[in-house]
Design a protein around this ligand. Structure first.
Ligand code: ADP
Ligand code: MG
Length: 268
């Protein structure tokens, strides 16, 4: 059977995909690492995600972009399996999100990262490695990956904001996960630190990891291989930046997002 198209010709509209859930729609080179179909999530009295369909290709740096309150953190929580899902499916590396077999394979940094300020970088990582039951080599490798080797014996309380963010990231790298889910890791950092962190995310993706990074700063779209644009719990687009520009006629990410929002409103 020929694959069904996912989209109708009008921008941002998604047709439900009825294919094999674990396959997703990405290519052999980048099979889908994360697949959601009809994902509905309710938090308190509000339905936050309204039947979301999405595919995150493996080995790419994917930006989950949307304004504050659009549901980025909720979606990420569903991906890592800590969010109660009302209906629909979500699989990660072919397993249901939150499956115990994914514990080492998925790394997650929340919006309010928790590392221990009174422990050194290395002590923090050793602690998390012991929780995960991973070997101590992975501690050294994680510290090196985030370029903090020279601060390994430094207490986190003595580090700058950007360095502390990198410690959180290193925690997520312990256990050498194939999928990294990073919730607004660059918020509040200065432009140089943001640039350095995005360069690090790109290196991690180049190393065959799937890296999903959320941001409410549309400009960060320029750093990503692909973009998932979220608004009010709906996926407005799943595109590359050039595709987004072509589709909207805009030449910056902010304007492109606004154009998509306006078209969706007209279509309603
Ligand atoms: P984002 O990360 O994009 O800022 P969130 O996923 O945090 O968005 O929130 C999406 C929506 O869910 C918002 O409208 C928010 O008010 C609502 N929400 C988040 N957490 C809760 C909660 N614990 N109870 C009720 N509603 C919540
Ligand atoms: Mg959030």
């Amino acid at each position: 059977m020929a694959p069904r198209p996912l989209r109708d010709p009008s921008p941002g509209r998604i047709i439900p995909h009825m294919g094999n859930l674990s396959e997703g729609r990405h290519t052999d080179e980048h099979p889908s690492a994360i697949v959601a179909r009809g994902l509905v999530v309710r938090r308190g009295p509000n339905e936050v995600l309204h039947g979301l369909d999405l595919d995150v290709p493996s080995g790419q740096l994917v930006g989950l972009l949307g304004p504050s309150g659009s549901g980025k953190s909720t979606l990420m929580r569903a991906i890592v399996g800590v969010q109660l899902v009302e209906s629909g499916t979500i699989t990660v590396l072919g397993m249901p999100a939150g499956d115990p077999s994914l514990r080492h394979r998925v790394g997650y940094v929340t919006q309010a990262p928790s590392v221990y300020a009174d422990l050194t970088v290395e002590e923090n990582l050793k602690y998390f490695a012991s929780v995960l039951g991973t070997d101590s080599d992975s501690v050294a490798r994680a510290i090196e990956a985030v370029d903090l080797t020279r601060y390994a014996k430094t207490r986190v309380s003595r580090l700058s904001g950007g360095e502390t963010s990198r410690v959180s990231l290193a925690v997520a790298l312990v256990g050498e996960p194939e999928v990294l889910v990073l919730d607004e890791p660059t918020v509040g950092l200065d432009p140089v630190l943001r640039r350095d962190l995005w360069a690090l995310f790109a290196r991690l993706a180049a190393d065959a990891r799937t890296v999903l990074v959320s941001s409410h700063v549309m400009d960060e779209a320029t750093r990503c291989d692909r973009l998932l644009l979220l608004r009010n719990g709906d996926l407005l687009a799943d595109v590359t930046l050039p595709e987004l520009f072509e589709r909207t006629g805009a030449d910056d990410a902010d304007q492109a997002f606004l154009t998509l929002v306006e078209r969706t409103e007209v279509a309603r």
